[in-house]
Ligand binder design. Structure first.
Ligand code: GLU
Length: 489
């Protein structure tokens, strides 16, 4: 197919949500097209009405839009080979199936006669195959039955001997014995195509050059190939992607309730990080680079480097990557993403009082996931109950006993401080540290503990004091002193 414009399609069945495996298929499909300057097409495969879920098509549009996988043709924007929704193409398929009957590559099975072939095949657990004795029928007989309205299915007619070989770009040449190929149904008794038949006809009519899909479709590919051959159509390049595993044994799957794109966003992952992460689920650029923008992926993506071994969905790596994306955001953007979490944790009064932008500045380099924010900032809202053991820090040699006199010195020093800015708090406390002739931590640790009641905080004593403000900081230091006194009596 050299010289043809590359045309790829993402062909989701609207099942309700965007599973990570589907999104990866969409991404690879998009990247193959865009890498070659070709077209990325969206086709909705909704022939299986039983699986149809209300609103599911919107999930598809929304996800593609959010992730920047912009399609060039599709149900919403049209294009030269529409309609792009399979249920609107219903009328197309029967004629194609009839063409195959004409060519002797498919045959009718009418329902007015008991299908003994089906019974035998089922009993012997053999694939359904054309049986001359049972299936032979003249053209006239066919016309008569059709005219009489006898229902029927049309089946593909596969050879019984020899083998079919097809080439997959990732899995290589795959050989199947023709005797194992079932004569699959092309047109069902309701006149509608089966999923597999519609898929082949549509890919051809839409000029698809590269078919990208999960490797669960690998076993259907020989039957698809036979259809292309039967029609005399060029076979597209097949790119079957490796499975995505939860761990060494289990596949990531909808049924196991594993991650969908929506779930990941709800957990606080950034869409750019998710896209970057899934690009690497089975593909590698051949270098150490791990962070890629979508543009860089378009430039670097070469589907020949997709791996056939299963890809492991590594949460730890995804989290790390998300942290990297969070760090790269402009502060304003991070702040806007953090705001809903502040609203969740802070009282109205504190929302007005606290310098939220300063909190964002502290947090941005310290969270990997947006929904880690609440537990990192809750102490700004109210000092939690805490154990005085928190004053113990081995390396800094602090404990509840020596923290008490320290805080008693800190309190008046800060009370006298008028300029409550970060620098001025810093300088004042450092003066105190040199007066006391102790190590920094001896003073800083108790202050931070008294201000936060937490073992770890985004930012140290000075930053926390600045954000909490003078009144609240002094109140918390006093509370710390009281606590230590009470416990030491
Ligand atoms: N409609 C199929 C699915 O959602 C895609 C099959 C294909 O891409 O060929 O899994």
């Amino acid at each position: 197919m050299a010289g043809r414009e590359v045309r790829t399609r993402f062909a989701p069945s609207p099942t309700g949500y965007m599973h990570i495996g589907n999104l990866r298929t969409a991404l690879y499909t998009y990247l193959i097209a865009k890498h070659e300057g070709g077209k990325f097409i969206l086709r909705i495969e909704d022939t299986d009405q039983q699986r149809y879920v209300e609103g599911a098509v919107d999930v598809i549009y929304k996800t593609l839009e959010m992730t920047g996988l912009k399609h060039d043709e599709g149900p919403d924007i049209g294009g030269p080979v529409g309609p792009y929704i399979q249920s609107e193409r219903k009328g197309f398929y029967l004629d194609y199936a009839k063409q195959l009957v004409e060519k002797g590559e498919a045959y009718y099975v009418f329902s007015d006669k008991q299908d003994v072939v089906a019974e035998i095949c089922e009993k012997e657990q053999k694939p359904y195959k054309y049986n001359a004795e049972y299936h032979t029928i003249t053209k006239e007989e066919i016309e008569e039955k059709l005219a009489a309205g006898v229902s029927y299915v049309i089946r593909q007619k596969n050879p019984t001997e020899g083998e079919t070989i097809f080439e997959d770009e990732i899995y290589g040449a795959i050989k199947v014995e023709n005797s194992e190929l079932e004569d699959m149904i092309l047109i069902k008794s309701d006149g509608l195509p089966t999923y597999n038949f519609a898929n082949v006809v549509d890919d051809h009519l839409m000029g698809i050059t590269h078919v990208v899909r999960g490797n669960e479709y690998l076993s259907s590919a020989p039957k698809y190939n036979r259809l292309y051959d039967a029609f005399g159509w060029p076979v597209p390049t097949y790119v079957h992607c490796p499975p995505i595993m939860k761990d060494a044994h289990q596949k990531l799957s909808k049924r196991n309730g594993d991650a969908s794109f929506e779930d990941l966003l709800a957990k606080g992952y950034l869409k750019e990080a998710v896209v970057n992460f899934i690009a690497l689920l089975g593909w590698s650029p051949g270098t150490d680079q791990e962070i890629f923008s979508l543009e860089e992926l378009v430039e670097k993506f070469d589907y020949r480097h997709i791996n056939k071994s299963p890809a492991i969905f590594d949460d730890v790596k995804l989290k790390w990557m998300n942290g990297e994306y969070i760090k790269k955001l402009p502060l304003e953007d991070f702040h806007n993403k953090a705001l809903p979490y502040y609203e969740e944790v802070f009282s109205r009064e504190n929302m007005g009082k606290l310098d939220l932008m300063k909190i964002s500045e502290l947090l941005q380099t310290r969270v990997e996931l947006l929904n880690e924010i609440p537990e990192k900032i809750d102490f700004f809202d109210a000092l939690p109950e805490y154990d005085s053991a928190l004053y113990i820090h081995k390396r800094m040699k602090t404990n509840p006993e020596n923290s008490l006199p320290t805080l008693e010195k800190v309190l008046p020093t800060l009370e006298n401080l008028e300029d409550w800015s970060l620098d001025s708090i810093h300088d004042t406390i450092f003066n105190l540290i040199s007066e006391m002739e102790v190590k920094n931590g001896v003073v800083l640790w108790p202050i931070r503990t008294a201000l936060s009641g937490k073992k770890s905080t985004p930012g140290g004593a000075f930053e926390l004091a600045e954000i909490l403000g003078k009144e609240e900081s002094l109140r918390r230091i006093k509370a710390g002193i009281e606590k230590l006194k009470n416990e030491q009596n």
